[in-house]
Design a protein around this ligand. Structure first.
Ligand SMILES: Cc1cc2nc3c(=O)[nH]c(=O)nc-3n(C[C@H](O)[C@H](O)[C@H](O)COP(=O)(O)O)c2cc1C
Ligand code: SF4
Length: 677
């Protein structure tokens, strides 16, 4: 029986080779607003990997008064056309279609970016996410922006795009038709025809400019699930009017709202949230329209995607983060090797990093967006070597996987009876259990590659040397370190104790988070959900300072629902036993004021320190004395430092065994080193 996912689809005059697309998402790789090589290669990789359609950009901005708040492309600039042409050529060369999403962000941006022009909206209503108070759009704004849309679409057509998707929801486009954001009493507000006037003018201007054949679609909410928003009946009415106009060729369906992070996580659910939450809704829309229906929202496994197409719920199914995690997902389906797909674990590090650090990265695919330097398909080495990896956490697993792909003889030693390192702790918080995919995918890859994995093995220098390795990679991870207390370190436990189940704090619990990462928040969430009376104390000006906005939401929800108190700008200074409990003194960097709290437990998170005894035991016997040639590492050349010519093997240390960081850093350490061994 043929696979419904692999059936071609006719979108107007365009034949798409299968039913899987990558929905528009701004990864913030642009340089000065242009999609340069990194951007192009990122999309080319998906095309190589078999995707039918890659919808590039996310919210490429059509006008200067739509400041690019998350690294958006400057579709208003003529200079973009050759860059677009290079990208479309690259994608087309690998058999995929290429489109782009354009928008005017309206009030959904910050006024202090880009050209510092005032942002605007139909009505001067503050936008919660960016705290922007827009100006009320005037007639000359409207005329100008309508032309800007047409100009931008024409640029995309000139650059070889197969079509354009106009982003409607949360941006200027649907701000006009949503009663929550358009409260005008003139000819632009009130009646539906008035509220549709601007979108209509845009669509007509665009059509006039690029002709009837060019594909134009709309990404729109059919329902705004917020007070003051429009309901499904109104949304369907808008859709049928748009369809009847003949001005659009497809519809990319969603429902919800994006005014704050909570609403954004409902729209783009992260791990621990239900899969495919809007699929049936999109199916209802498809049943009521003749327009091709596209949709994406946490359809991250092939079975659900196949179900969506087979049951006629969608014409094209978006697997966006799934292809950020594995851009070769479609080819693996075509080749009948679905079990090899690197799973998206819903961590949404990708999206959070746009705002936190200005570029999307996949938590556990360090090659994504680094296509110029990091391979998705690891080339085999010309000379196989014997590689011993110590530690089966994310760094060690990745090192063993990449070494196996290189064709080396690999032995992986792990002291525990299982793989996973700190991820094993992380998934003790059941909400985050999808992270297990990072381990499971790698252990099954190691099996396929014939890596010799030895669990329950405490690796000492003698054992490692007895294996006669050419290369030793130490990935022994880290161990919790304690904050610098004046007194009382013996009376505290750590987030690891809680996550591991060794300590179950009850009663009054103070959690001192001096780290701001997932380990702290995860443990605190478990404590809060267990019914303890919890106070989180942090020296930062917000809690969980290293955790991005999307991941912040479930933690905040847990703390909110459990009446957890959050105390910012405070450090735990000392802990001492008192009256059968503990007295914790807290104080601030800002003054000498100190306060005492009486609690039953103090739990701390101060990050990790490296577990590196084995590395130092082996260092003197190695040929490089543990040194890494950073120049070679970054240029993609083999490591060849010789600091001890009599040394029997090269020795390297990766991941938290070097310094406590995160899963992505551990995996990147491993990939970047081992791909050139
Ligand atoms: C890094 C990132 C950036 C995104 N930016 C946009 C955007 O600019 N415009 C948009 O319509 N959707 C954007 N999205 C949402 C995606 O198009 C998609 O709806 C979402 O990822 C859910 O689909 P998935 O579960 O298949 O990933 C973004 C998603 C990600 C992960
Ligand atoms: S960071 Fe997480 S959610 Fe994003 S693509 Fe990677 S695995 Fe998926």
């Amino acid at each position: 029986m043929s696979d419904p996912l692999l059936e071609p689809f006719e979108l107007k005059h365009l034949t798409l080779r299968n039913r899987i697309f990558s929905s528009s998402h701004e990864p913030a790789y642009a340089e000065a607003g242009m999609p340069t090589d990194r951007y192009r290669l990122y999309h080319e990789e998906k095309a190589k990997g078999g995707v039918a359609l890659t919808m590039t950009a996310g919210s490429a901005v059509v006008a200067e008064d739509s400041p690019p708040s998350f690294g958006n492309l400057h579709a208003y600039d003529d200079a973009i056309v050759p860059w677009i042409q290079r990208m479309t050529d690259g994608v087309h060369e690998h058999g995929a279609a290429c489109m782009i999403q354009l928008t005017h962000l309206g009030r959904r941006t910050g006024w202090s970016g880009g050209d510092w022009l005032p942002v605007l909206a139909p009505s001067p209503i503050r936008e919660p996410a960016h705290r922007t108070i827009p100006k009320e759009a005037e007639d000359w704004d409207i005329e100008r922006i309508v032309t800007k849309y047409a100009d931008a679409v024409e640029r995309m057509q000139a650059g070889g795009m197969d079509g354009v998707e106009l982003q409607s929801y949360g941006h200027l486009f649907d701000a006009w038709w949503s009663p929550g954001t358009n409260q005008r009493t003139d000819e632009w507000g009130g009646e539906t025809d008035n509220r549709l006037r601007f979108p209509w003018m845009v669509l007509e201007a665009v059509r006039d400019r690029v002709g009837p054949e060019f594909i134009i679609g709309l990404r729109m909410f059919i329902e705004e699930s917020v007070p003051g928003g429009f309901d499904t009946e109104v949304g369907m009415d808008l859709l049928s009017r748009l369809e009847a106009s003949g001005l659009i060729d497809f519809i990319n369906v969603a429902k919800g709202s994006i005014h704050n992070d909570v609403e954004l996580t409902d729209l783009i659910p992260i791990h621990g949230m239900p899969a495919a939450p809007m699929l049936d809704f999109a199916g209802m829309v498809r049943a009521a329209t003749n327009l091709p229906v596209l949709h994406a929202a946490k359809i991250d496994d092939v079975a659900t995607a196949r179900h969506a197409i087979r049951e006629g719920k969608l014409d094209l199914v978006g697997m966006t983060r799934a292809q950020i995690a594995d851009p070769h997902l479609v080819n693996k389906i075509i080749e009948g090797r679905e079990e090899l797909i690197r799973p998206c674990v819903g961590a949404t590090y990708c999206l959070d990093r746009i705002y936190e650090a200005g570029e999307a990265l996949c938590l556990h695919n360090a090659a994504t967006s680094r296509e110029a330097t990091m391979p998705h398909v690891i080339p085999r080495a010309t000379a196989p070597r014997k590689v011993v990896v110590v530690g089966a956490g994310p760094a060690g697993l990745e090192a063993a996987r990449v070494a196996g792909e290189r064709g080396h003889e690999v032995v992986l030693l792990e002291v525990m009876p299982w793989a996973g390192g700190q991820i094993r702790l992380a998934i003790r918080n059941r909400r985050r259990s999808d992270l297990a995919g990072i381990i499971d995918w790698r252990t099954s890859e190691l099996e396929r590659l014939g890596v010799d994995v030895r669990y329950d093995t405490f690796a000492e220098a003698d054992l490692v040397q007895s294996l006669e390795p050419d290369v030793v990679i130490i990935a022994t991870g880290g161990f919790p370190q304690l904050p610098d207390l004046e007194t009382g370190s013996a009376h505290v436990s750590t987030s690891w104790d809680v996550l591991g189940g060794d300590v179950i704090p009850t009663g009054r619990v103070m959690f001192y988070d001096d780290n701001g990462t997932h380990s702290a928040l995860s443990a605190a969430e478990m404590i809060a959900r267990s019914g303890a009376d919890l106070e989180i104390v942090t020296p930062e000006r917000m809690f969980g300072i290293e955790v991005g906005g999307m991941n912040h939401v479930p933690y905040a929800r847990a703390f909110n629902e459990t009446d957890t108190r959050i105390t910012i700008n405070q450090r735990v200074l000392s802990v001492r036993p008192e009256a059968g409990a503990l007295c914790a003194e807290i104080g601030s960097d800002h003054s000498n004021h100190r306060v005492a709290r009486h609690v039953d437990h103090v739990v701390v998170d101060h990050g990790t320190q490296p577990v590196a005894d084995l590395y130092f035991d082996l260092k003197a016997a190695s040929s490089n004395l543990g040194a890494v040639d950073y120049g070679a590492l970054m240029d993609g050349r083999p490591q060849s430092l010789e600091r001890h010519p009599g040394g029997a093997f090269q020795l390297f240390r990766i991941g938290d065994a070097v310094a406590g960081r995160n899963i992505h850093a551990a995996i990147y350490d491993a990939l970047r080193l081992v791909k050139d061994l």
